[in-house]
Write a protein that binds this ligand. Structure first.
Ligand SMILES: Cc1ncc(COP(=O)(O)O)c(C=O)c1O
Length: 373
C-alpha cells in the first residue's frame, strides 16, 4: 500500500447554498473535536439531557420522547413509519413531491396498505381536501411533508390538518427536515403526534443525527402494538430506554455528533427562534426579489414559498448544468438542480441556518448575473 497517494484532506471553501448540507459554524466544528467520553458516562448522560431540552425548545414541545435518532433524516423518517405501522394498517400519505413518495415507499415496506392524496409538485394541500380523504376509511396514520425540499413548497395550516387527522382517528406524522430551525414548527400548538428532522439543514450541523419527537397519542399507539417493530435499530420501545430515564445500552450513540448538535442548538437558543425565523424570511425575500429581476421567478406561489429552499424556474434552452458547474468551479458556490418532474426546470437554492446570510445572497445573485450574461 502506497500511503503517500492519500494526501491530507483539503476540501475547497464551498459556500453551501443547496438543499443541504448547509454551512456549519466553526463553534459546531470545534465542539466535534471535543475528546470522546463513553456513551454511558454520567457526563455524556448530562449532555444527552441537554440535547433533549434544546430539541424540545426548537420543536416547541413538551414531549418527553424527544431525542436525536442516530442516522441522517431518513433514519427518524423510517422510525416514524416503522413504529406506528403494523402489517395491514391503512395509512394516508399526502404526496406533492419526492419526500411524500419516499414516505409511501417506507410505509409499504412495513406492511401498510398505502393510500395517497396527490398534488402536483410545487403545490400544497388544503385541510378540507385532506379531511375528505381521511373520511374515506379508518387510517392509522396520516403522513405530511411540512417543507418539500424537492419543490420549495411549505405546507400551511398544519394545526387544521392535525385536527382533521384526530377527528378521524389517525396520527399525524410531520416531516420537518427542511423547516425545523428555519421556519416555525409548533408541535404542541398544532397538535402534531410525531415529527422528525435532520441536523444538516436549518439546524446547521453536519448530517448524522435526526431529531424526533413523539407525543402522547403516538406513544399510546406504540405501546399497544400487537407485533414487534420490524426494525430493531429504530424500535422506539428499545431506543426510548436509552434516551429515557433508564439509560440502558441500546447502541453506541455517535458521541461527537451529539456534541455538534448540542452546540448547534445552543447557537439557536442564543439567537432565539423568532429572530432566526425573521432572518430566514428576510434573506429569502431578498433572494426571491433578485431572482425575479434576473428573469428566474420562483416556482411556488409566494404564500406557500419556503424561506429555507427556493426553486427558481429556468428559461427553456438554458444549459443549467453548465451554470451550476461554473458556480461551483469558479465561485465555490453549491446549488442543486431539480429532479423528478422538475428536472431541468428549476434550481434548488437553500438558505438554511448559517448559510442564510445577506452576503451569500449578494454573492449568488452577482455570480448568476455574470454567468447568465
Ligand atoms: C423533506 C426531507 N425529508 C427527508 C429527508 C431525508 O434526510 P437525509 O437525506 O438526511 O436522510 C430529506 C433530505 O433531504 C428531506 O429534505
Amino acid at each position: 500500500m502506497d500511503s503517500k497517494k492519500f494526501t491530507d484532506l483539503n476540501t475547497s471553501p464551498r459556500i453551501l447554498l443547496g438543499p443541504g448540507p448547509s454551512m456549519v459554524p466553526s463553534r459546531v466544528l470545534r465542539a466535534m473535536a471535543t475528546p470522546l467520553i463513553g456513551h454511558l458516562d454520567p457526563e455524556f448522560i448530562t449532555i444527552m439531557k441537554e440535547v433533549q431540552e434544546l430539541l424540545r425548545y426548537v420543536f416547541q414541545t413538551g414531549n418527553d420522547v424527544t431525542f436525536p435518532v442516530s442516522g441522517t433524516g431518513s433514519a427518524a423518517m423510517e422510525a416514524s413509519m416503522a413504529n406506528f405501522i403494523e402489517p395491514g394498517d391503512a395509512v394516508l400519505i399526502a404526496v406533492n413531491g419526492y419526500f411524500g413518495e419516499r414516505l409511501c415507499d417506507m410505509a409499504g415496506r412495513y406492511g401498510a396498505e398505502v393510500h395517497r392524496i396527490d398534488r402536483p409538485w410545487g403545490e400544497v394541500f388544503t385541510p378540507a381536501e385532506i379531511e375528505e380523504a381521511l373520511a374515506q376509511r379508518r387510517y392509522k396514520l396520516l403522513g405530511v411533508v411540512h417543507a418539500e425540499t424537492s419543490t420549495g413548497a411549505l405546507q400551511p395550516e398544519i394545526g387544521a390538518i392535525a385536527e382533521a387527522a384526530h377527528k378521524h382517528g389517525a396520527l399525524l406524522v410531520l416531516d420537518t427536515v427542511t423547516s425545523l430551525g428555519g421556519v416555525p414548527v409548533q408541535i404542541d400548538a398544532w397538535g402534531v403526534d410525531v415529527a422528525y428532522s435532520g441536523t444538516q439543514k436549518a439546524l446547521s450541523c453536519p448530517p448524522g443525527l435526526s431529531p424526533l419527537t413523539v407525543g402522547p397519542r403516538a406513544q399510546e399507539v406504540l405501546h399497544q402494538r400487537k407485533t414487534k417493530v420490524a426494525n430493531w435499530y429504530l424500535d422506539l420501545t428499545l431506543v426510548e430506554k436509552y434516551w429515557g430515564d433508564e439509560r440502558t445500552y441500546h447502541h453506541t450513540a455517535p458521541i461527537s455528533m451529539n456534541y455538534a448538535l448540542r452546540e448547534a442548538l445552543r447557537i439557536i437558543a442564543e439567537e432565539g427562534l423568532e429572530n432566526r425565523f425573521a432572518r430566514h424570511r428576510a434573506h429569502a425575500e431578498m433572494l426571491w426579489a433578485g431572482l425575479e429581476a434576473l428573469g428566474l421567478p420562483p416556482l411556488v406561489e409566494s404564500a406557500y414559498r419556503l424561506p429555507t429552499l427556493t426553486t427558481p424556474q429556468l428559461p427553456a434552452g438554458l444549459d443549467e448544468v453548465a451554470i451550476r458547474q461554473k458556480l461551483l468551479a469558479e465561485y465555490n458556490i453549491e446549488i442543486a438542480g431539480g429532479f423528478g418532474p422538475l428536472k431541468g426546470k428549476v434550481w434548488r437554492i437553500g438558505l438554511m441556518g448559517f448559510s442564510s446570510r445577506r452576503e451569500n445572497v449578494v454573492l449568488l445573485l452577482s455570480a448568476l448575473r455574470e454567468l447568465l450574461g
